[in-house]
Design a binder for this molecule. Sequence first.
Ligand code: NAP
Length: 292
Amino acid sequence: MTASLLSGKPLAKLIQQQATAQAKALAEEGSGPTLAVVVATEDSSTHWYVRSIERAAENAGIGCRIIDVGHDATEQVLIAVLKDLSAEPSVNGIILQTPLPPCVRTPELVKYISPEKDVDGANPLSLGLLAVGERAFAPATARAVVEMLDHFEIPVAGRNVVVVGRSTVVGKPLSLLLLQKDATTTVCHSKSGPLAKYTKAADVVVVAAGRTGLLTGTDVSEHSVVIDVGTNVLSDGSLAGDVDEASVRTVASALTPVPGGVGSVTTALLLLHTAEAARDQTRAARTPVLTP
Ligand code: NAP
């Protein structure tokens, strides 16, 4: 068997079109959306990624402000920037881009992104709302996986889905989204032991571990669909996922490529979330406050 490759690009285009249409409607009403990206690193691949968000935003008619506070920024500086952006009416969405300086506590910082502008679901309040099934922005990567499954009509209700990785940005929120869709979800991590015990029994395997070649053809079964979230920069500067594509393709039924899979959908969803946030903020601002 040769697994079919599930490209994220057509879906990314559709989502980008939705974001563009929403941004245009808001701009016509006089309040076009704006995304702010806070950067505190010299890492070149991060700067490349942030520029790609900026270009995509520009194409969608969404303003994009890059706030580069420098790789030696303190926690106090970052908190002040996030507080200002959260209070600034012309900013609708905020992303705190990782990696951050080693001295800062990321879980402490993300609390300063106001939930209504938290377009990448970083504030623990957003994760909490997601856990109880309330409306909140999910981290864009986690939502991108679910949107890919929907787009390719891969059912998850009542099926075994294994998520490899339990981070707050991908694995945990994804497991919540999958539970909402009635999947029987297993989350594996670095202490789970040999992954094949879980992944071979899975209908869908999502790998988000940041380990090149973690999942090979011997770890999956013939009917399985494999979603590769990993983005690992190799020594030659190229990008690879967590899946050993050559061996997995000979066994599984479908696989997302890296690059060109989940990542492209993630960027488009960040823009859609920004447009949705702007729409909600505009509506809230117009709603009269009733006083007793
Ligand atoms: P992370 O915070 O480092 O978490 C990695 C997770 O993988 C942890 O839960 C870890 O387990 C688990 N893990 C590591 N080695 C493992 C192993 N040998 N067996 C089983 N589990 C293992 O990383 P992340 O931020 O979630 O990102 C994961 C990957 O997704 C990275 O490659 C990242 O670049 C990529 N990513 C892609 C996108 C996109 O848009 N495509 C967005 C975000 C992230 P423990 O908890 O036990 O340590």
